[in-house]
Design a protein around this ligand. Structure first.
Ligand code: PLP
Length: 386
């Protein structure tokens, strides 16, 4: 094998699968300055518009003043700083579990949690559309991996019937590239019947759905029946980091065995402090309700039939080249909407992934609708049902 990467790069370019980083010369928000041009941003996961909010910026500054800039080392080595402990207590209360553990990212949460609990002889059953972090973590664990077609309960049940060892079902409350929800009530019933555990990734649900934005399990009153509740601080909460909420026993196990926790420096304490403010004061307070109200109002304006079930509204294009062309036409019109392509989604299912936030104005949403119509993507063009 040669070290010349160019032929492969050329091949990816020819297939419209090559990606490049674009420099943003503004803060993250509904309007961003990209490559020198102001654009309305319909691509971020900052669903509540908190990333550049005064309240979180102030909390971050306060955190630096109180606790300094860095964490020093892994928490088992250097001790746990107060904001990390307080944040975990707050998350456990927020998710109605006995305990919670935070990680430096959602990705690191999955990579630490799944291999710590599952190994050779065990079975992990994943939804086909699970996020890369869940897939990578499952592979790393050495357990047998089984995949069921997206949200297919019949196939899931079949796999449960033949699974061996400890059995873990892994799925998401809201799927990141499709915006649809998992049938959680039915999945919980199935896992109870077969004695399996359930890991639910609430990355795109927290802050957006459920009472106080507590997610899908909370909305359906199923928190007590989801053994491993995962989420991130990086989407609606506007910061970065990930968490796993579970029983005290599981959390103590992870403190000992989750390698991405044990062998990684704790995130900056100011981030934990700001996340604590985000969870306690914003999400569970009046500000959270107001922001969620604005978000859902924007979503209803964006798409009415049927109403969106999350803040992610994809328009499936199919062809990679066509998706890229439409995305650049929209960019010309001042709208930032990425074309999501393989390997993030299956080949031939390229899409425009529109995300809406509480920070968008009605005028911005109307402008989006007008521009989508111009490129043939009016509401009648059937937004994705996935
Ligand atoms: C974004 C995302 C993650 C990873 O979270 P980060 O905090 O960004 O590392 C995990 N799962 C899902 C479903 C996600 O969308």
């Amino acid at each position: 094998m040669s070290w010349d990467l160019q032929p492969q790069i050329d091949d990816w370019r020819a297939q419209d699968l090559w990606r490049e980083l674009r420099l943003v010369e503004s803060t993250q928000g509904p309007v961003v300055k990209v490559d020198g041009k102001e654009m309305v941003n319909f691509s971020s996961n900052d669903y509540l518009g908190l990333a550049d909010s005064e309240v979180l910026k102030q909390a971050m500054q306060e955190g630096v003043d109180f606790y300094g800039a860095g964490s020093g080392a892994s928490r088992l080595v250097c001790g746990t700083l107060r904001p990390h402990r307080d944040l975990e207590d707050a998350l456990a209360f927020f998710k109605r579990t006995e305990a919670a553990l935070t990680f430096s990212s959602g990705y690191a949460t999955a990579m630490g949690t799944i291999p710590a609990l599952m190994g050779q002889g065990d079975t992990i059953i994943l939804d086909k559309l699970c996020h890369a972090s869940l897939v990578d973590a499952s592979r790393l664990s050495g357990a047998t991996i089984r995949v069921f077609p997206h949200n297919h309960l019949g196939k899931l049940e079949k796999l449960l019937q033949t699974a061996t060892g400890r059995v873990l079902i892994v799925t998401e409350s809201i799927f990141s590239m499709d915006g649809d929800r998992c049938p959680l009530v039915e999945i919980v019933a199935l896992k109870e019947r077969h004695g399996a555990w359930l890991m639910l990734d609430e990355a795109h649900a927290v802050g957006v759905i459920g009472p106080q934005g507590r997610g899908l399990a909370a909305e359906l009153g199923l928190e007590g029946q989801v053994e491993l509740q995962m989420g991130t601080l990086s989407k609606a909460i506007g910061l970065s980091g990930g968490y796993l909420a579970a029983s005290r026993q599981v959390i103590d196990w992870l403190i000992n065995r989750a390698r991405s926790f044990v062998y990684s420096t704790a995130p900056p304490p100011a981030v934990a402090h700001a996340a604590l403010v985000g969870i306690c004061e914003i999400l569970q307070g009046k500000d959270g309700d107001t922001r969620r109200g604005r978000l859902w109002k924007n979503l209803a304006l964006l798409k009415s039939d049927p109403l969106p079930t999350s803040a992610i509204v994809p328009w499936i294009i199919g062809d990679e080249q066509k998706a890229m062309d439409i995305s650049s036409q929209l960019r010309e019109a001042g709208l930032l909407i990425p074309a999501i392509r393989y390997p993030t989604v299956a080949r031939g299912s390229a899409r425009l992934r529109v995300t809406c936030t509480a920070g968008h104005s009605e005028a911005q949403i109307r402008r989006l609708l007008a521009e989508l119509a111009k490129v043939g993507l009016g509401e009648s063009a059937a937004p994705a049902e996935a």
